[in-house]
Design a binder for this molecule. Structure first.
Ligand code: ATP
Ligand code: MG
Length: 227
């Protein structure tokens, strides 16, 4: 049997603000395999983004563990964490987060330049073609629609063929047609590139295309459904 690529074991997260403690995640366990799409659903404030931050090694559990490729994220040093985030994880956000001063192609290429990868330009062109936006290579983000911006963001998130793709409300700002395109690309990332995709979403369509649907409430997983 394959080892899960991403695993949370009784992971809890307590935030401390102004002396107040808030437990945003309580002993969450979850194992995700290569080529799967998992939808995290639940009300605002139930802990979806908190879970994604742990899964993407952007933050660490206050207790319990998060394993990526078999290693606990909290045991990695700064260099290992930077390498992990740059090489093995792709992030997609609700507000796209493209750099306005860079063209579409440059935005997609950027992660490869940061990782000093060879043939960065060609790889960026390939991914831009995959999202159907080759003709927008020299356009700037402000010249694109929201749906196009999100497809560029997906090309950027996938440009280094990451093992894990983390998407936080990727269709939150899109109309249904653009949202469906974005979801199709995330599904394709899992099917064609074997990525492990984890998506937090309020959209029923997103939940419907997932291999697994994880329902959260008050920082806990309350139901898991497999397609
Ligand atoms: N950095 C932080 N410091 C303190 N509390 C936080 C922090 N981030 C989130 N929280 C709190 O943790 C809880 C979970 O927040 P989280 O952002 O994970 O929810 P969510 O499910 O992503 O919600 P939404 O659907 O609105 O995006 C909330 O009560 C929130 O106020
Ligand atoms: Mg959130």
């Amino acid at each position: 049997m394959n080892l899960p690529r991403l695993e949370l074991r009784r992971a809890s997260k307590v935030y401390q603000t102004n002396g107040q403690k808030l437990e945003a995640l309580h002993e969450v366990s979850l194992a995700l395999e290569a080529g799967s799409v998992t939808a995290l659903v639940g009300r605002s404030g139930c802990g979806k983004t908190t879970l994604l931050n742990l899964a993407g090694a952007m933050d660490f559990p206050t207790s319990g563990e998060v394993f990526i490729g078999g290693r606990a994220t909290a045991s990695l040093n700064e260099n290992e964490l930077t390498a992990l985030r740059r090489q093995r994880i792709g992030f997609v956000f609700q507000f796209f987060q493209l750099l306005p001063a860079l063209t579409t192609l440059e935005n997609v290429e950027l992660p490869l330049l940061l990782a000093a990868t060879k043939r960065a330009r060609e790889a960026a062109r390939e991914r831009l073609e995959w999202v159907g936006l080759s003709e927008k290579a020299d356009s700037y983000p402000y010249q694109l629609s929201g749906g196009q911006m999100q497809r560029v963001a997906i090309a950027r998130a996938l440009v280094h063929s990451p093992e894990i793709v983390i998407a936080d409300e990727p269709t939150g700002n899109l109309d249904d047609a653009s949202g469906d395109q974005v979801l199709g690309l995330l599904r394709d990332a899992a099917d064609r590139f074997g990525a492990t995709v984890l998506v937090a979403t309020h959209s029923a369509e997103a939940a419907a295309m997932a291999s697994m649907r994880v329902q959260m409430r008050d920082g806990r997983i309350c139901a898991v459904e497999r397609a």
